[in-house]
Design a protein around this ligand. Structure first.
Ligand code: ADP
Length: 366
């Protein structure tokens, strides 16, 4: 049986706004789950319903098989870390860490032990006497995480905990949180709008859009087997390229570049979409630059180079395919000349097709 069960969860705010629709998810003990999606898609609302900070309008929330909808936040065995840290400004780091335990009436000796251990894990030992205002953003965030882990709860809930940090601190804290998760083994639900955080931290990711779950899966699943254009475009950086093209006689006319789909798609699929517009998707990093010859098991596409960005480990190449803008990711030594013609190839296995109407992925082989 799953440890946490969300069954048909809905949230309708008092003003009538339906923020979360029919949310279904089962979470195993010890899993690291990330809710990801653009701002306003319902991630925090869902997390707050799990925390007991928002009531559930419809549906069931179960902890270890027992209905928990009516349980108060304190009785759910959860600790929450917020984006805003929510530290007590007038208290030292030591007291901020100790506060929850003091409230619970834990012995002073035990508190001291646990504060010292937590501070050690988070690199805060030298800062225990300081007030939050005398800490950097990263250190404050560590105190906020420390306050959650010191309570030894079974469930950690984190709402955009890294969004106030600079890029470098975010990368460091990302791996620290993953490490803490490994050490504590606590079931963790982490909310972010940042797909990189989701990809690097999660056991499983829940992609949300406008209050609906789009897909649940491992980072690998979502990257290689997105169910629709939204997930395909959300996961991966730079995002997947999408090109509208029409299917005729089993061939896709990609703005003058002809792709014979019979090698990669079943006949029945091609017949179903005959004469229709579909969307071709390919990831910027899934292409290969080619010379004058025709590549094997790949579609060759000609384009014009408009802009290149050398990022160190790779170069982003912005190209124009007969008016369609796309991005290619190539090795720095392959960086092409500006305004030059460029031929690239999309290997068959890296080609995605989507239904233009439903935006769902078209399964090419039965
Ligand atoms: P996210 O965390 O994904 O950014 P939220 O869960 O905070 O999104 O919000 C989801 C939607 O619910 C948003 O459109 C937001 O404006 C709306 N919302 C959030 N809180 C309330 C509220 N108290 N009353 C009405 N609408 C709300």
């Amino acid at each position: 049986m799953a440890y946490l069960t969300l069954r048909g969860i809905n949230k309708i705010y008092p003003n009538g706004f339906h923020a979360v629709h029919d949310f279904n998810l089962e979470i195993e003990k010890g899993e690291f789950i990330v809710f990801v999606g653009s701002s306003g898609c319902g991630k925090s609302t869902t997390l707050r319903m799990i925390a007991g900070l928002e009531n559930i309008s419809k549906g069931d929330f179960l902890i270890d098989g027992a209905r928990a909808n009516e349980k108060g936040p304190r009785d759910r065995g959860v600790a929450m870390v917020f984006q805003s840290y929510a530290l007590y400004p007038h208290m030292s780091v030591y007291d901020n860490l100790a506060f929850g335990l003091t409230l619970q009436g834990v012995d002073e000796d035990v508190i001291e032990q646990r504060v010292n251990k937590t501070a050690g894990i988070l690199g805060l030992t030298d800062y225990l006497d300081r007030k939050p205002r005398a800490l950097s953003g990263g250190q404050r965030q560590r105190v906020a995480v420390g306050r959650a882990i010191i309570r030894k709860v079974d469930i950690f809930l984190m709402d955009e905990p890294l969004s106030n940090l600079d890029a470098k601190q975010r990368v460091t804290m990302r791996s620290e949180i993953t490490q803490i998760h490994r050490e504590t083994g606590a079931t963790t639900i982490y909310v972010t709008h940042d797909q990189t955080e989701a990809m690097t931290m999660a056991d499983r990711i829940v992609v949300m859009k406008e209050g609906y779950i789009q897909q649940v899966g491992t980072p690998y699943d979502l990257y290689f087997n997105p169910v629709n254009m939204f997930v395909a475009g959300f996961i991966g950086e730079p995002p997947m390229n999408f090109i509208h093209a029409t299917l005729k006689g089993g061939k896709l006319d990609i703005h003058g570049n002809i792709a014979d789909l019979s090698a990669i798609a079943d006949k029945s699929v091609l017949e179903k979409y005959e004469g229709k517009e579909v969307v071709l998707g390919f990831r910027p990093e899934a292409v290969k630059l080619v010379g004058s010859g025709n590549p094997e098991n790949a579609y060759k596409i000609s384009c014009m180079v408009e802009l290149t960005e050398l990022l160190g480990d790779n170069t982003n190449v912005y190209v124009d395919i007969q008016g369609i803008k796309t991005i290619l990711k190539v090795e720095p030594h392959e960086s092409p000349e500006l305004d030059a013609k460029l031929d690239f190839a999309i290997p068959y296995e890296n080609v995605y097709l989507f239904d233009k109407e439903t935006e769902k992925r078209i399964k090419l082989k039965k």
